[in-house]
Design a protein around this ligand. Structure first.
Ligand code: NDP
Length: 505
């Protein structure tokens, strides 16, 4: 996707050149590409495409400085007891909640998402994550291992050190919180690079973490593009990389991290199935399909965009679905009545439109939706009405590729084992949902779906207590839940001898 550096820009200012204490693994060419890669970042409001802010992209010098501060901060932070760390993380949660409305507004302006979503989800989910990891920090203990009369063993969980966290643009604040709360709880420092399209809320999170009394430098933000991300990953003081992004980016990040055998967590894309059986509560199934396709204008990684509907109920399902879609309000993200805001950029808008055209060209029937131009200030914004395709098949691009927009494809089925095979016939494995009143069938089907995050009779709810993440190309590792702590710590085993050493020499 073309990013903000394609916007008209008067001059390329002097890029941030490396300082004397240059500490990167690879050689870097300081050429025109370098100047473009590290030119300032311009972030715009997707509802108007007017400029919100211009920020400096971080190069080696800034990264070196922030890493030095992070290392100092991490030493102080790891010296606290987990309970002391938990107390301060709890304060971050409280401050996030206290600033909920202002942060939600900022997030809506930077992402184009409706304020009715950001007021109740984006900040709240980040606060819950800090609250949860504040509570579990002190319970993350090691094991005692009985080794007989003359020895015992124990395990210690130790922080990795400094973590590079790299975020996508769809849930910028939530992603920053989901990565940093467990990393900090485990005693690490975090350097966070937000997506260049949504750089603003992470800056506020850094301020809040400082206000909460955590050591200076324990969580810092570097702005930048892929090049800044690559510099961060290559830095010898980074011990782990956690990315949320596309599959292709995941591969590039993993390759870069492999040079230093750094640990990775990858939260990547998906093309998830939702299976609606004939006995499902139809209104609930319609609700699930709408939440799983149109929330955040469809820009959600776990969306259930392949909606398999049993043939017996397909006509009724479509009827109820279209009635409810017709009532949806598209418009100004800051208007509390708006349910569909803007998609992130003109380039992403075009990508969604290309998929809609491809679906029609390949013979699927577009029942509703498509690109729309709104009036007034919103005329320049990137809007797409919720789309529903019927009459397509599993091999079409709209049913195989991640569109990341409000585009649902309805695919009929009649047989349970057949629909399971079709649902699994994808390179992705992020999420899956089943709607049925027969709970035995619900569990039986979910157990056969190759997806990391699943729902029975709901869709896209992601409580912090449950692991979140994908199988196959959708990722490595998990966020949320106690498991996330494992991904941000090393385990050390200690053998303690209680008797004379029996040496054969
Ligand atoms: P991208 O993969 O384009 O970018 C993700 C982040 O990685 C951005 O900060 C980006 O910087 C950075 N980046 C890009 N290339 C590199 C590189 N070579 N080295 C280091 N960093 C790099 O994803 P999007 O921001 O477009 O987000 C959409 C994608 O994210 C979708 O595929 C979606 O499914 C996925 N996603 C997955 C989630 C999950 O939990 N599984 C949740 C949310 C989204 P820059 O922005 O400057 O390009």
């Amino acid at each position: 996707m073309t990013k903000s550096h394609d916007l008209p820009r008067p001059d390329l200012p002097r890029p941030d050149l490396p300082g004397p204490e240059y500490r990167f693994a690879d050689n870097i060419a300081f050429d025109d590409q370098w100047a473009a890669d590290f030119a300032p970042i311009i972030t715009v409001n997707p509802a108007t495409n007017q400029i919100l802010a211009e920020l400096q992209a971080a190069g080696p010098q800034e990264i070196n400085q922030k890493l030095a501060r992070a290392k100092d901060a991490q030493r102080q932070w790891a010296a606290l007891t987990p309970a002391e760390r938990g107390r301060k993380l709890r304060r971050v949660a409280d401050l996030l909640r206290a600033e909920n409305d202002a942060l939600a507004r900022l997030e809506s302006q930077d992402t184009g998402k409706p304020i009715q979503e950001t007021l109740v989800v984006d900040v709240a989910s980040g606060a819950e994550c800090f609250e949860y990891f504040a509570a579990v920090a002190a319970t993350d203990t090691g094991d005692y291992v009985d080794l007989g009369q003359n020895a015992f063993g124990y395990t210690r969980r130790e922080p990795i050190g400094v973590v590079a966290a790299i975020g996508a643009w769809n849930y910028p604040l939530q992603i920053a919180c989901w990565k940093s709360a467990p990393a900090l709880a485990a005693g690490n420092a975090v350097i966070f690079k937000p997506a260049e399209l949504t750089p603003l809320s992470a800056i506020e999170l850094e301020r809040i973490i400082q206000r909460a009394g955590l050591p200076d430098g324990i969580f810092t933000v570097v702005q930048g593009r892929a090049a800044t991300g690559q510099l961060l990953i290559a830095h010898q003081d980074i011990g782990k990389v956690s990315l949320t992004g596309e599959v292709g980016t995941g591969k590039r990040v993993m390759r870069a991290a492999a040079a230093g055998l750094k640990r990775v967590t990858l939260e990547l894309g998906g093309k998830s199935p939702m299976i609606i059986f004939a006995d499902a509560d139809l209104d609930d199934a319609v609700s699930g399909a709408m939440i799983g396709n149109f929330y955040s204008a469809g820009e959600v990684c776990s969306n259930g965009t392949r909606v398999y509907v049993h043939d017996d109920i397909r006509a009724e399902f479509i009827d109820r679905l279209l009635t409810r879609i017709n009532r949806m309000v598209i418009g100004d993200p800051l208007d509390p009545r708006t349910q569909i805001g803007a998609v992130i950029s003109p380039q992403h808008h075009q990508k969604i439109m290309n998929y809609i055209e491809a679906g029609q060209r390949q013979g699927a029937i577009l029942l509703c939706g498509g690109g729309v131009s709104l009036a007034g200030e919103l005329k320049g914004g990137n809007f797409v009405r919720p789309c529903v395709f019927d009459g397509g098949h599993d091999d079409m691009a709209i049913a195989r590729e991640e569109i990341f927009g409000p585009v649902m494809t309805i695919l009929p089925f009649t047989d349970e084992s057949d629909v399971i095979a079709r649902a699994n016939n994808t390179e992705f494995g992020l999420a899956a949902g089943v709607f049925t009143r027969d709970l035995a069938r619900g569990h039986r089907v979910i157990a056969q779906l190759r997806a990391g995050t699943c729902w029975i009779n709901h869709y896209n709810v992601t409580p912090v207590e449950l692991p979140f993440g994908g199988m196959k190309l959708s990722g490595i590792g998990r966020e949320n839940s106690r498991l996330a702590l494992d991904h941000f710590s090393e385990i050390k085993s200690v053998y303690v001898n209680l008797s004379k050493v029996d040496a054969p020499y």
